[in-house]
Design a protein around this ligand. Structure first.
Ligand SMILES: [Zn+2]
Length: 326
């Protein structure tokens, strides 16, 4: 997978203005941001880090989760996402331009992971729910497997919910907080959702409540302890203004356990670390000295592919996936 497949250069160019607009919207409301304890371990003992895109980042001394503190309160975030120029831009331009590439490079591999999981843990029939279904590609791919009796896409963004319905998916156009399932789910999936939330623990408790006993949860999010994040620091692609919670595999496992789950699998299936570091170097946002001679060898053309495979296998990629059981 290449960055250009899922974020085509020509449509990404105009996105900067939309992002800038969103950041300014948040900046204007900074006085109303609220202090929170660590979103993973719940302890309030943090080290100040830096400000990026108007958001103040801290690191938890206890579990090394990096998080935005203070942060926009829940009602402000809801307003932010319903008016976001960046989300509108993604829905109108980036998602349509990269739809089939995303299906092949992101959603088919994810579907394959779920297919294996379903086989391994003997999950059959029942309800599967995806929270943050976006264009509905994952739900569409899962439907083809004919495993579940029912599939529900939860998607609060109107343009995206419309796309989900267009695919014939049962769609709930609401934020998860307002969703009460009639039947508990066998599997709840959410991809790149938890890093955006004001209160990740509340979301995981919602998932727990809405699963059958022995139900499964699968989620993906950035890994702040991954290669790209560690090497690039503030220049990492993980550092978006919308990302409030930057967990590492241990801290997210800890949070899942606190919310009642047993963690079954932790993996870092990310494939873009090396390419993201290389492009940061090409754009002179980082120097060769900062990367250092050893890692420069690791990411050169000859070694890039082997090194990325190593990062995945060693659970050191900057995108992680956890599977948990109620
Ligand atoms: Zn912590």
């Amino acid at each position: 997978m290449k960055i250009n497949d899922i974020r085509p250069d020509d449509v990404m160019a105009d996105q900067a203005a939309a992002v800038e607009k969103d950041i300014n919207w948040l900046k204007d409301r900074k006085d109303l941001f609220v202090k929170v304890p660590c979103p993973a371990c719940g302890i309030s003992d943090e080290v100040e880090m830096y400000e990026k895109f108007t958001m103040n980042h801290v690191c938890c001394k206890s579990c090394n989760t990096q998080y935005v503190n203070p942060r926009p309160p829940e009602n402000m975030l809801a307003e932010f996402y319903s008016n976001s120029a960046n989300y509108e831009y993604w829905a109108k331009f980036i998602f349509p331009a990269s739809r089939e590439a995303r299906r092949e490079k992101i959603f088919k591999p994810r579907t394959e992971i779920v297919r294996k999981l379903v086989k391994e843990y003997d999950i059959s029939s029942g309800l599967m729910v995806e929270v943050g279904a976006a264009q509905g590609l994952f739900c569409e791919e899962i439907t083809k497997l004919d495993i579940f009796d029912e599939i529900i896409a939860v998607e609060p963004t109107p343009e995206l919910a419309k796309e989900c319905r267009g695919l014939g998916l049962t769609t709930i156009e609401s934020p998860w907080e307002q969703v009460q399932l009639n039947t508990p789910a066998k599997l709840i999936a959410n991809f790149e959702v938890i890093e955006h939330l004001y209160d990740p623990a509340a979301f995981l408790k919602w998932c727990f409540k809405n699963l059958v006993d022995d139900g499964f949860l699968i989620l993906t999010c950035p890994n702040i302890a991954g290669f790209e994040a560690m090497i690039l620091g503030q220049e990492s692609s993980i550092l978006e203004h919308e990302h409030l919670n930057l967990f590492n595999p241990d801290s997210l496992s800890l949070l899942l356990k606190k919310c009642g789950f047993s963690v079954l699998e932790v993996a870092t299936p990310g494939e873009l670390d090396v390419e993201l570091v290389q492009s940061c170097l090409d754009e002179k946002r980082i120097t060769t000295e900062e990367i250092g001679p050893f890692f420069l060898q690791c990411i050169n053309e000859e070694n890039a592919s082997v090194f990325q495979t190593f990062l995945k296998d060693a659970k050191l990629s900057s995108n992680m996936m956890l599977v948990a059981k109620k």
